[in-house]
Design a protein around this ligand. Sequence first.
Ligand code: UGY
Ligand code: MN
Length: 292
Amino acid sequence: MLLSVLAALATLNFAESTQCDPSSYHQPAAAHSAVELPLLAGHTRSVVEPFQFAVVAPESRMYTPSLPGWHGTISAAAIVTPALGARFAMYLVNASAGASSTDGTLYEGAPSGLERFLYVLHGTVFVKEESQGERRLEYGGFVYYAPGEKMNTFVGDEGSSFVLIDQVYAGAFKPVSVIGNEAEAGTEFVPGEVFKLRRLLNGSDPGYDFNIHIMDFAPGEYMNVKEVHYNQHGLLMLRGHGIYLLGERFFPVATGDALYMAPFVPQWFGALGPTSARYFLYKDVNTNPLLH
Ligand code: UGY
Ligand code: MN
């Protein structure tokens, strides 16, 4: 009985698909328009292979109402922490007006040598730094607090959100704090590659032990090098979609997905779809590979 019902359903589906109007094949815009498929119960695209890589899709993120050293209404999803094998922490943070991290280096239990990078996704964040005074950051605005810097950060708007990177400094210099906006960072071509690069925290200064880049791909562009390197990455898809090679597997990724790549994980990205793709990328640099 069950078999005959399934057979009847299969015939029905086949009959429907053969009735598809062939003229619609000539409507690429409709064919490409974003279709929000309802999520299947119990299904997530998130995949975590500790000490190798993680793809954390929005539907599986867990937000907690606290973040060490922060006050006010805040909720943070820890995407990357040392529990995964990483040497840094990457959080996605939602915050309300009035939330703040003041003198963050002084909070109880803060590791000595804490350095921090904050990149604004929505809303307004005010930051205060000794030499540059108070600055207002909106989308694309960022601050790097060097180790020992007072981390005065105040959230200005309801519904603000940002990416936060915390790390314990492993370099041998005294790096300086930086405040800026990605719009002020010139785009660069990387020899042998097609993507465009913007350096927010510039690792060509040996004082910094990580860099932050924004990488842009036009539709159809892909990385030339199938990279394997000793450095780790934290990544947030800011725009578009594509396919990421992690280890030996390919993962479709889209705006909002967050990734971790451990040292030596083979990695490659291709931008698929009709729009350009952009991602935010953390990479640890300038440390002695023998020691880290
Ligand atoms: O600089 C990098 O390592 C960068 N090209 N990696 C990546 O995009 N996965
Ligand atoms: Mn890389």
